[in-house]
Structures are given as structure tokens and as C-alpha cells.
Design a protein around this ligand. Sequence first.
Ligand code: GDP
Ligand code: MG
Length: 394
Amino acid sequence: MNNLPETILNNIAKRFDMVIGIPSYNNRDTIGFVSETASKGIHEYFPDSSCLLVNADGGSGDLTTEAFLTSKTDFERVAFTYEGIPGKGSAIHAILELSELVNAKVTVFLDSDLRSIKPWWIQRFVEPILSGADYVTPFYVRDKYDGTITNHICYPMTTVLYGLKIRQPIGGDFAIGPGLRKRLLQKRWYRNAYRFGVDIWMTTTAINETPEIVQAALGVKIHDVKDPGKQLSAMFSEVMATLFRLMEDYHKNWKEDSGIEECKIYGTMPDVHPEPITVDIDNLEHKFVEGLHKVLEEMDHYLPEDIVNYITEHKEDIDIDDELWVDLIYTFALTAHKTKEYERVAKLMLPFYFGRIAHFVKNTRGISNEEAERMIDEQLKTFLDKREDLIDRW
Ligand SMILES: Nc1nc2c(ncn2[C@@H]2O[C@H](COP(=O)(O)OP(=O)(O)O)[C@@H](O)[C@H]2O)c(=O)[nH]1
Ligand SMILES: [Mg+2]
């Protein structure tokens, strides 16, 4: 055990069919809705199942756990502040530990800032696990500017490396069966997996170590929106450092040929439209240029000369299109591999992420989410085209 407090261990003696696990950090206004909607879902779709609702909190100062504990549900529930490194991954680990203790057949993780969750989401998450899958990822419709780390890195990288097309590898909401749970609890977790690296950590482990993954069609994801230029810096480096580290572990599993398998989708997608998100593009561009100046010197001894020269020459008007973006990601991945300084390299990448999102926003203003999705697919092709080169240089 490393994240579940001992006091909880002593108080839980029962077995439960299901665990609904909700990580939180200052989510007082939304966590009650998540817990109540999940409870309705269990009553409606799994009326004979026993269920434990769990809130693993990061030490919120806004009475989040109280909001959880007073939400309207008649299921047994428990809330605690997890132990260990502060971060979402520690909360997830603690919930996995508890699920193991109560021998749950399925654990569903739900983000506590969700506003679009419906009772039927529970059915979409749980049913595939009861039918034999070990991992369910969410399949949502999102605004073209929500999920920028997903769209520009995690989705294409996971697809081209491991050959399975999972559209939301770091979606936040997941279901896990006992096989993958045990495997995850046996592993030594990297530091960033205890933080926001946890989603890519679980998904990559699942792809490489379990036979069946299913995507659950959920409709729209509405949650607390983050502007990529303002609130995603820490998340970016935590996710990237974990992704780079996992590329080492599963290097042997990178697909030999470029065959890409579609990942099964469970359920039909309702016809829904996400709320539009505004991104402060001036701020993104400013962060890009300012960040580049800061990392330029350090880049000198991390990146190949041709890339550094190109960036130095063009630093005032650099435009990160698909080609350059994929070259940059692969180069940073190789640098992380060679130096083993995963976190450092992930942090060096941050200005380029701002630059990439600035490019994308400029080129997608006024177009529909469907058209933007086609551009994400075009980008995926570039990742694929250059994959052999990454493999050769590794
Ligand atoms: N326990 C805990 N939960 C966290 C922490 N940081 C984020 N979370 C929770 O993890 C979930 C996802 O976080 P969020 O900030 O919404 O990330 P995003 O939706 O992926 O951009 C939410 O339920 C948060 O409350 C943390 O440090 N500790
Ligand atoms: Mg969120």
C-alpha cells in the first residue's frame, strides 16, 4: 500500500461488486453531481450490485469531501485524503488499492469536474468489463480546442507506437477490471504517474499488457475548461515525461509494420454538440516566443544541431505545421531516450506545444469541429509517414 491511509484499511471489511472512484482537488461545486448521477446509473442498470463510492482527495481547502459525503446517494461511501506525492495519480492509485481490498469486479473512475455525465455512462463503462474487457476508455465529442495534449500528442503517438487507435487515451474517465488492476498495482509507478501522467500510464500499460480494450461512446464531455496557454503547463510535462519513459519500457512492442487497428466502440454516440471554447491566442504566441528564448541555450546541448540551427534562424516567425511538429516530437522523444532525462526534456518541449496550438488555432478558426477532426487525422498520417525514421534513429 502506498497511497491509501491505514485508517481506511481498518474500516472497510466488506466486498463490493463495484467501486466508483472520484479523484478530487477543490471540486466542491461539481463533485456532488458526479456522485449522484453515478448512483442513479447503478440503481438503473445494475440494481442487484453492491457498490462503494470513493472520493480520494488531494487536501482540498473548499470542503470538497464534505460535498461528496452529503450528496444524495444510498450507497456506502468513503472519503479520504490520499498519502504520498500530491497529484491525481496518487488518488487513482489509492482507489485501485481499495478496489483490490474489496475485490471489486469493476472500478469506474470519474473526474469530479464533470458536468455532462449521465446515468447511462455507468452502463457503458461497466458492461464491457463484465463481458471480459479489462479496460474501457471514454469516447466523447469535444470542442476542437479541448483536449489539446490528447489531440496533438497522446492520440497520434499512442496510435503510431502501439498500433491501436484509442481516441481518448487520457480522457480522465475510465473503467478497469481486476486483471489490469492487479497488474497496475504490481508495477513500480514512475513519479509522474502519481501526477497527471497517470492516464497515459494506465492506457499504455493496458494496450501492452491486456488483451481487450473497449471505447465507450459517451456523447459530449463538459468539464472545467482550461486554456492551454495558461493552465496546462504542469500537466503537459507530467504527461510527456511519462509517455517518453513508457516508450523505453515498451520499445519492443512498437509495431513492426504500420498496421493500425481500430479500437472497438461500445454503444452508439448520441447526436450532441460541445460548448465552444475560447483560447487566448495572443497569449499562446507570446508564451511560445518567450519560452523559446528561455530554452534556446539549453536546447543546444539536448537537441541535434540542424534542429537548433533551424529554430535559431526562424525563431521570430516559426510556424509549427504538421511536418515540423512531428519532427519535433520525434526528436524530443529520441533526446529523452538518449539522455534519460525525461522530465527535463518534457519541460524543454513546452514552448513548442504553445507554438503548435497557436498554429492550430490560427488555422481552424471558424471551421467546424468535424473539419478540425479531419485535420487531426491528417496530422496522424504525418506521424505515420515519419515513424520509420523514428524507429531507425532510436
Ligand atoms: N486527488 C487529487 N485529484 C486531482 C489532483 N489534481 C487533479 N485532480 C482531479 O483529477 C481530475 C482531472 O483533473 P482536471 O484538472 O479536471 O484535468 P483535465 O480535465 O484532464 O484537464 C479532477 O477530478 C481533479 O479534481 C490532485 O492533485 N489530487
Ligand atoms: Mg477536467
